[in-house]
Design a protein around this ligand. Structure first.
Ligand SMILES: NC(=O)c1ccc[n+]([C@@H]2O[C@H](COP(=O)([O-])OP(=O)(O)OC[C@H]3O[C@@H](n4cnc5c(N)ncnc54)[C@H](O)[C@@H]3O)[C@@H](O)[C@H]2O)c1
Length: 369
């Protein structure tokens, strides 16, 4: 493993950035935050003061020779542009999700990174947490037999009641599928492998949303993207998945993710968190039972994908929260919309390998070499 910590530069110092600063500074033993930038310089200055790093402009950060990985925590509409600029500057880049909004932009980013010899990583990295790694182990060891089907449900009434700046959730790149779908779909692809074809239906249920959070309470958002998306996925392994992501539901009593196998069923932990519970019920069991988590990183370990990328860069191995995985997930999300508009199944053009599972025995804050 690298003896020196890998220097990270964070672009985008908004709502989610705090946990990245914290974890890349104190949780992971192989990373340090060298600098940060934001379109609003006061946000970068505040984070720099709190986490003892340098605040600079985006241009200065991309030109800084110390920085190996640019962590791009901007809003979805800026993901592709910032990431491509980082790649042009010869840096590896790790985007918050989604990888980009348009497939074309994501493809171009991956191509440019290949040409430049740098890596692209992407959130979510919750699948590297204790909960979903434990699920992966159970499936790989055959505890539920051959996966037959899966369900995934993310239902809520949107983010305008709590997020200080929620407009982007209702613009292209937002909506429940592009916002929360990556957690569910990345978890499913990690557990079951790539998706072969999808179909789906999508709608905008409420054309306007009124912000009730501060400081923009009362402001009205024009909704531009579907806020209820129902999809069916045929995985290459043969399992059939059903997913609903919705910002239109006040209350529901649905599981988050369940995988149904030929010999039992698995309740997967919340893919938006890192821990458990993980619950198993095999064919002869009378009850569900809680499965002890077999891996570290059960707490909020956002940034573990960046730490994994840092080790991968040092050793030359593949990184797990990869651009290829994120591109496949982006392709699936778009394909639900395509299928809804066209009224048919859509065959996916992308595929990806399942990321390799984490080894047993890692310590909190460390990744394999
Ligand atoms: N807020 C959450 O709970 C959460 C959770 C997980 C993932 N995410 C994802 O993280 C990303 C950021 O979300 P957020 O909630 O922190 O948003 P935010 O609006 O709070 O912060 C984004 C920041 O990026 C800056 N920015 C925008 N464009 C920029 C550019 N071109 N160059 C430099 N800075 C730029 C903005 O000024 C802002 O400070 C999104 O992709 C979102 O989907 C958010």
């Amino acid at each position: 493993m690298a003896t020196e910590k890998t220097a990270v530069g964070i672009v985008g110092c908004g709502n989610i950035s705090g946990i990245y600063f914290k974890n890349l500074t104190t949780l992971f033993s192989n990373t340090r935050v060298s600098a940060c930038a934001d379109l609003l310089p006061e946000r970068a200055s505040a984070k720099a003061a709190e986490f003892s790093c340098r605040a600079m402009s985006v241009g200065e950060l991309l030109a800084d020779p110390d920085i190996m990985i640019v962590v791009n925590l901007t809003i979805p509409a800026a993901h592709a542009k910032v990431a491509r600029a980082a790649v042009r500057a010869g840096k590896s880049v790790y985007n918050e999700k989604p990888l980009a909004i348009a497939r074309r932009d994501a493809q171009q980013l991956l191509r440019q990174a290949d040409q430049r010899g740098v890596r692209v990583g992407c959130a979510p990295d919750t699948f590297l947490g204790a909960g979903i790694q434990t699920c992966r182990k159970l499936i790989d060891e055959g505890l539920i037999g051959q996966p037959v089907a899966a369900t995934a449900f993310m239902t809520c009434h949107g983010h305008e009641s709590w997020h200080p700046d929620p407009q982007f959730y209702y613009k292209p790149g937002g909506g429940p599928m592009f916002d929360m779908g990556p957690y569910y779909l990345t978890a499913l692809v990690n557990l079951l492998g790539p998706v072969r074809r999808v179909t789906g239906s999508a709608r905008i249920s409420f054309e306007r949303r009124t912000i009730t959070s501060q400081p923009n309470s009362g402001r009205v958002i024009q909704v531009e993207v579907p806020t209820h998306v129902a999809g069916v996925m045929d995985f290459a392994c043969g399992a059939v998945g059903t997913i609903i992501t919705s910002f239109d539901i006040w209350a529901a009593q649905l599981p988050l993710i369940e995988i149904y196998g030929s010999q039992g069923s698995l309740q997967v932990s919340d893919p938006n968190t890192f821990g458990g519970p993980v619950r198993l019920r095999r064919q002869d069991d009378k009850e569900w039972s809680d499965v002890p988590l077999a891996f570290p990183h059960a707490q909020n370990s956002r940034g573990i994908g960046v730490a994994d990328l840092a080790n991968a860069l040092a050793s030359g191995r593949a990184h797990r929260a990869s651009g290829q995985l994120a591109y496949h997930v982006l392709d699936v999300m778009h394909a639900f919309g395509d299928a809804s508009r066209k009224g048919r199944h859509v065959l996916l053009e992308s595929a990806c390998q399942r990321p390799s599972p984490l080894p047993l025995g890692l310590k909190e804050g460390t990744l394999d070499e």
